[in-house]
Design a protein around this ligand. Sequence first.
Ligand code: NCD
Length: 322
Amino acid sequence: MTFRARHLLGVEQLSPPEITTLLDLAESYVALNRRTVKHGDALEGLTQINLFFENSTRTQSSFELAGKRLGADVMNMAVAQSSVKKGETLIDTALTLNAMQPDLLVVRHPHSGAVNLLAEKVNCAVINAGDGRHEHPTQALLDALTIRRAKGRLHRLTVAICGDIAHSRVARSNLILLGKMENRVRLVGPATLMPSGVGELGCEVYEDMAAGLKDADVVMMLRLQKERMDGGFIPSEREYFHRWGLDAAKLALARPDAIVMHPGPMNRGVEIDGTIADDINRSVIQDQVEMGVAVRMAAMDLLARNLRAERGAKAAGEGTYV
Ligand code: NCD
């Protein structure tokens, strides 16, 4: 089996065979999740803590379901009611939780790099559920699985990632993963919402939606991340929709079989027209949510195997039993 990582901090650290291993395993969990009885035992006896310092609907519930379906004891830390509000530092919170012997720690944090820092302080497997503008590896992996299922392959596709690229960890992780799998990635959006140094990312950059969407196989729309903006990045939401919002006329420029994606939560009428989002012939937004649970099951399963192997080897060396 090709998957050596101890933590899942970003797609940056994953090799193409590791990505394929994870997606193939996730396929088996898609099948399990469609059954009436959805129980596996890959995480039996393990403790999973979800530690979310930022709001989340789908990612947190998806990790919770994924853990429960595989038999883990899952705890959701309610950060809003925790000592974090009393000023406890991230590291103190991590050390406190670490002392409770979790096996998997799923962390979302508003600061880029915070999850990597935390992973150095604990002795369980850490999964990054989104850190600032940095990475959101399970989102890129679930997007990859969704694309592979819809298009029948995950290479030589033209993928247009559109909108608020600068503030988006989803865009960053997708750009890295899709690049590794040899796809052509285009970034499309206003210059004010492009990250600095975008020219060095090795992808095509377009300000004009018509040019950026032309002949695309996949159109991935991003949420306008108003909470990460501290100034006037866009003229107005109305104007933004007019120029960069996905509607039927703009989608017609992509390939006739192009799929439409969005990680959610959506601002309908801002970055995407509601009728496009709901068009079951084009939109795979609900498939993304479904693939999310399967991909998280696969990620935690693989990390748990490595964790058990590591602990088993250590215990054998010490002559103790785990
Ligand atoms: C994304 C996130 O939080 O990074 N959402 C998600 O995980 N489904 C994207 C977003 O918030 O716009």
